[in-house]
Design a protein around this ligand. Structure first.
Ligand code: ATP
Ligand code: MG
Length: 445
């Protein structure tokens, strides 16, 4: 993609409404535009990152055996009356009436609708276990939308729902979600710590929130600092192996880590050696729940068990804040010049700065790099503007592409271009062919 043909409306001035760095950088980097309080357009660069995050979420959910579908944003009030949540939900729910005076709502979550789909089509234990999920826009009329996409009113969420015959099977689904979420966040370059949480309006017994440590986080967190060193890494996991999945969950949840909602000072002091105690702040990027028959019972989601009796299914719901993750990743990965995207989610794999756009050799070398990368399945953003080098470097630093190739007439005379790491600033000269190979290697292509 050539920058002169792209749509990247970066801002020179610092937007005054941005209180935290991720919001500021997303506005300055031309990624989002606010349309109303807590409601954003996703401009091309922001949209690319959002799609990358969605792709990783899908890949890890499908790896865990969970099945994607898509439910609508608008839901009938009727379904929510069945569970009793229509009145209980309060002013966060956006209520709408259509021309026939039918009551509807813009879904803040989907337990009722997925339970309705389940009860319409499943009647035997033989069809279990089943986990269905979607990635869809939600609306919550938050009292204080703020921090850009971190606390929006309209936001993109992955929400998944498991249906199981008994509690034991449902807890395995819970554990499967925990492990798949750990993998998901790691692929985005994040350390997200599962913390014991309160269940809130979803209701239920077991629940963990996943928190990314950041000073700007809205939750206060108390933890044993050794949890930050835990990594899933490249290990192979068998999602059908209950014992193996449970052991991984134990590994990640044994050390003390709680939000202020569940923090217990006495337990904290008893369990965590003083040298390892940490109090900080975190951004909630996901939450998992087991809630048993809370929805299946009132809504009649029952199956025939092996003994012929009708039993309500055991359920849980599991959410990832897909749009919030952009903010969380930027909070965790930036410097004073701009964003530093982890390779897993970057909007373009590399930036190519043409120091003399219009010069035949420079233009040809940039085109060769772009084509060479494309042949390996990688996308480059080529800055072919007629602008000063400083301005071009500034734009690349701001939008945070992890690798930059600089192409100029002086280097090209010796057949060289320069590859620079956004993270470390380290630069190395090499040929056009070598730079394509190097970038492909970095991305495992
Ligand atoms: N207003 C919002 N804007 C952006 N993302 C959100 C918002 N509310 C929730 N999310 C994301 O969706 C995920 C799943 O939703 P859940 O119902 O657990 O949210 P929640 O606990 O109400 O969130 P919060 O406590 O931050 O209000 C959250 O972990 C969070 O990452
Ligand atoms: Mg939550």
């Amino acid at each position: 993609m050539r920058l002169t043909r792209y749509f990247l409306p970066t801002l020179k001035e610092t937007p005054r409404e941005a209180q935290i760095v991720s919001h500021r950088l997303m506005l300055q980097g031309g990624m989002i535009k606010q349309q109303q309080a807590g409601i954003y357009s996703w401009l091309p660069l922001g949209w690319r990152v959002l799609k990358n995050i969605e792709r990783i979420v899908h890949e890890e959910q499908e790896r865990a055996g969970h099945i994607p579908l898509l439910m609508p944003t608008l839901q009938p009030a009727e379904l929510w009356r069945e569970s009793g949540r229509y009145d209980a939900y309060g002013p966060e729910m956006l209520r709408i009436t259509d021309r026939q005076n039918r009551e509807m709502l813009y879904g803040p979550t989907n337990e009722e609708m997925i339970t309705d789909i389940f009860r319409s089509h499943v009647s035997s234990y033989r069809d279990l276990p089943l986990t269905l999920y979607h990635i869809q826009w939600k609306f919550r009329d938050e009292m204080r939308p703020r921090f850009g996409v971190m606390r929006g009113r309209e936001f993109l969420m992955k929400d998944g729902y498991n249906f199981d015959l008994d509690k034991e099977a449902a807890l395995h689904a819970y554990n499967r979600h925990m492990v798949s979420y750990l993998r998901t966040y790691e692929r985005m370059g994040l350390t997200a710590i599962p913390m014991r949480a309160d269940s809130g309006p979803i209701g239920g017994e077991d629940t963990h929130e996943f928190l990314v440590l950041a000073e700007t986080g809205e939750s206060e967190v108390f933890y044993d600092d050794r949890v930050t060193g835990l990594k899933l890494g490249a290990r192979e996991v068998d999602y059908d192996d209950r014992a193996e999945i449970a052991a991984i969950c134990e590994e990640f949840t044994t050390l003390y880590a709680r939000t202020d909602e569940t923090h217990d000072a006495a337990v904290y002091e008893a369990e965590v050696p003083e040298a390892h105690r940490r109090v900080g702040r975190g951004i909630e990027v996901g939450q998992i729940f087991y809630f048993g028959t809370k929805y299946s019972e009132p809504m009649g989601a029952v199956v025939q068990g092996p003994d012929g009796r009708q039993v309500p299914v055991h359920m849980g719901s599991h959410g990832i804040g897909v749009s919030r993750l952009l903010g969380a990743i930027i909070e965790a990965s930036h410097d004073d010049k701009g964003i530093v995207w982890p390779e897993g989610v970057t909007p373009f794999h590399a930036g190519v700065v043409n120091l003399r756009a219009g010069d035949g050799d420079c233009d040809a070398a940039c085109a060769a790099i772009e084509a060479g990368l494309a042949a390996r399945g990688l996308e480059a953003l080529v800055d072919d503007r007629d602008a000063r080098a400083g301005e071009k470097f500034g734009t690349m630093d701001l939008i945070g592409l992890p690798w930059r190739v600089t192409v100029g007439p002086r280097g090209l005379k010796d057949g060289k271009v320069e590859l620079t790491s956004r993270r470390t600033g380290e630069a190395e000269e090499m040929s056009v062919e070598a730079v394509i190979d190097r970038i492909a290697t970095i991305y495992g292509r």
